[in-house]
Write a protein that binds this ligand. Structure first.
Ligand code: ADP
Ligand code: MG
Length: 396
């Protein structure tokens, strides 16, 4: 689960991480009230709140430039905010459809001396949290990693020991801090790490973290993702969930305990097991197709879940073909067959459907599908199935 910048900054502040003051609003009628908290003729930064980065360099679908704007005074801040709210912002992270801005964050303008990059994530290779820091902030870290990898400092934190002063000093030294700013940086990192750890986040990214001309360290942007599997421990975080930012199909899938992720392609897949789902997507690509989703119905899915899964993939208007790929183990092929038949009773399947069943109760599953009268193509292997669905979609 992700949260907005303004929500992340409130959490940062509670952990002693310095942020600039700000106020978030959801409706135009509240602009004046919110802006009255800023001095009349001082700069106000107007920030579109969406769960995607690259807002500053983004463009709205009506041509308005920039999802983060510095306004010279309150009046102009109000005007800019009016153009952003309700408008759709496209950034390199949103995809071409963009995201509708439903919250505006007004915040104090900082005088930037230097922009840094700071992030804490889980490193899968070492199974340890890693702090990633760079003097090249405010730009894409992927670009920095490619062009000037020497400008990135990585500090691994053994979870059995936790964050130690030497870790923090290594980061602050790596970024070239000294004097009071060095101490402030250490304090900010201490707070960020505590937040990262205590709230079970999967990623905390501050890009940029800045040093102001006055010598203060401030988190100017904030991107935070939480580990969904640990959300049950954090009801306060769950309350921050913004359903506007989430894919409706993904919300529906989570109600049925399905792992579903919407993608941009046109071939839907229904698979059991995450690894098989990944390889199914790969093989669709291999035959020149594009997967419309990742969907793992899990090992122990019941007919009800399979039916729900099938309805969810059919509700995606981009879907032009469906590939069911089941390797029955704990999951029985007849359960899948029943789920498909049940779903087809409620929603008409108007696109080609290729089914590959293998494993537990395969004969029974095939028999059920044969007798159902559903128009489908069966396949004997994964590559046969992928090739068939790609060709059927091309022909259709
Ligand atoms: P995004 O990463 O989505 O583009 P940021 O919050 O990082 O959004 O803002 C983009 C840039 O705008 C920052 O790198 C910084 O240069 C500038 N900026 C953002 N907030 C402020 C602020 N409060 N004061 C001054 N400049 C800001
Ligand atoms: Mg940023």
């Amino acid at each position: 689960m992700n949260i907005h910048e303004y929500q992340a900054k409130e959490l940062f502040a509670a952990y002693g991480v310095p942020v600039s003051k700000g106020v978030a609003v959801q409706s135009e009628g509240d602009f004046d009230d919110a802006l009255s908290q800023f001095p009349e003729n001082e700069m106000v930064v107007v920030k579109s709140q969406i769960h995607a980065g690259g807002r500053g360099k983004g463009t709205f679908t009506d041509g308005f430039q920039g999802g983060v704007k510095l306004a010279p005074n309150r009046a102009e801040a109000k005007e800019v905010a009016g153009k952003m709210l309700g408008n759709t912002l496209v950034t390199h992270q949103t995809g071409p459809v963009g995201r509708k801005v439903q919250t505006i964050y007004f915040t104090e303008a900082a005088t930037i001396e230097h922009e840094y990059y700071l992030a804490i994530l889980m490193d899968r290779e070492t199974s340890m949290p890693v702090i990633i820091a760079s003097t090249e902030g405010g730009v894409d870290i992927e670009q920095v990693a490619e062009a000037t990898p020497e400008k990135i400092t990585k500090v691994f934190v053994d979870p059995a020991i936790g964050l130690q002063p030497y870790h923090m000093r290594e980061v602050a030294f790596g970024l070239g801090f000294s004097g009071q700013a060095f101490k402030d940086m250490v304090k900010a990192l201490d707070g960020l790490y505590k937040f990262f750890w205590e709230k079970d986040t999967s990623m905390v990214e501050v890009n940029p973290l800045i040093l102001t001309e006055e010598g203060n360290v401030i988190a100017l942007d904030a991107k935070v993702g939480f580990d969904d599997n640990a959300l049950f421990r954090h009801p306060d975080i769950v309350e921050l969930r913004d359903m506007n930012e989430e894919d409706e199909k993904e919300i529906e899938a989570s109600k049925f305990g399905l792992s579903y992720i919407a993608l941009d392609g046109n071939i839907a897949c229904l698979v059991n097991g995450a690894g098989l789902a990944m390889s199914t997507m790969d093989i669709i690509k291999h035959f020149g197709g594009d997967p419309a989703n990742f969907l793992d119905v899990g090992g122990g899915a019941q007919v009800e879940q399979v039916t729900a899964a099938f309805k969810i993939i059919l509700s995606d208007p981009n879907v032009e073909g469906i590939l069911v790929n089941i390797f029955g183990g704990i999951m029985k092929c007849d359960t899948i067959a029943e789920g498909i038949i049940e779903a087809a009773k409620n929603v008409e399947i108007t696109v080609p459907l290729v089914v590959r069943l293998e494993g537990t109760n395969v004969e029974l599953g095939k028999k059920l599908l044969d007798e159902s009268g559903l128009a489908l193509t069966s396949a004997d292997s994964l590559s046969d199935a992928a090739e068939k669905i790609v060709n059927l979609v091309k022909e259709a």
